[in-house]
Design a protein around this ligand. Structure first.
Ligand SMILES: [Zn+2]
Ligand SMILES: [Zn+2]
Length: 281
């Protein structure tokens, strides 16, 4: 695993962003490291500095973990199941009545191909059987005022039972730039845990959502019921709470307020649409 230098949003050239840049929404703090990190492990997540490959040149991809140095400390203990699903995290999720049309009015609708989740789970099945996470990016376009997910991109990655780390993200940048795609969301598995947004997931997602308010996170938990969730941070207060949180620990509780919610009962709609899958592994 290696880390990229953190970037300020203002350093990032709009043309190289995977997201729709919106400087009015960007705060001045650094973006995130390259890692998609979820659940701590007793395996050190980064090798000692002397073993790390040299940092690549500056990258514009808004990275995926909140840890500027890329990883929680190696002193974190491995945990199984929901040790980090604190009461505050659990209660932070708003469960809304499907019958209520509570689409957030200021958000554009995002159309997600209905078969995206089963196809992603199929791609992830080998990792899942080995109790390893899998992650992907949901890319698409603005079509007639709606965002439409058209590509599921599986980046090069390495994973453990509780982490998934994207590698060579310059390949992802190249792909999205060449195709003029927008990163609309991200998807990952919890191979043995339940379906929720961990504190690390919340911080990861805050980096997406502050760049594009419509960004959503899909969590697939094939061994759990429910086995998937499509989430976003509440705005307010969830997005602001997470962006302002400076907890140093990878996993930590947040205030007992509604921090995230089910986007699929809001602005994300599943439709029968075609989906291209690009696997960079
Ligand atoms: Zn997760
Ligand atoms: Zn936090």
């Amino acid at each position: 695993m290696f880390n990229y230098p953190s970037l300020k949003a203002s350093d990032v050239a709009p043309s190289s962003l995977l997201f729709i840049p919106d400087s009015s929404r960007s705060s001045s703090d650094s973006l995130y490291s390259a890692d998609i990190l979820h659940h701590p492990s007793n395996v050190p997540l980064i090798p000692p500095a002397t073993q790390r490959p040299p940092a690549p040149p500056r990258l514009a991809y808004p990275t995926l973990s909140r840890h500027p140095q890329g990883a929680p400390s190696s002193t974190l203990q491995h945990v199984s199941n929901d040790r980090y699903r604190t009461p505050s995290q659990e209660s932070a999720r708003i469960i809304r009545d499907r019958a209520v049309d509570d689409r957030v009015p200021e958000l554009k609708t995002v159309l997600l191909p209905r078969d995206c989740l089963p196809r992603f789970l199929s791609i992830a099945a080998l990792n899942t059987a080995r109790n390893r996470e899998t992650c992907g990016l949901l890319l698409g376009r603005d079509q007639n005022g709606k965002y439409v997910v058209t590509v599921l991109l599986i980046p090069k990655q390495h994973s453990t039972s509780d982490t998934c780390t994207m590698d060579e993200e310059e390949l992802v940048m190249q792909f999205t730039e060449e195709r003029s795609l927008i990163t609309l969301g991200w998807i990952h598995t919890h191979p043995s845990q339940s379906c929720f947004m961990s504190s690390v997931d919340l911080h990861t997602h805050s980096g997406f959502q502050r760049m594009l308010p419509e960004s959503f996170a899909v969590v697939c938990a094939p061994k759990s019921t429910p086995n998937f969730g499509i989430f976003r941070l509440t705005d307010p207060p969830g997005l602001q709470t997470i962006l302002a949180c400076d907890a140093k620990e990878a996993f930590h509780p947040h205030p007992d307020i509604p921090i995230y919610t089910d986007a699929d009962k809001g602005h994300v709609q599943m439709k029968d649409l075609s989906l291209e899958i690009v696997d960079l592994r």
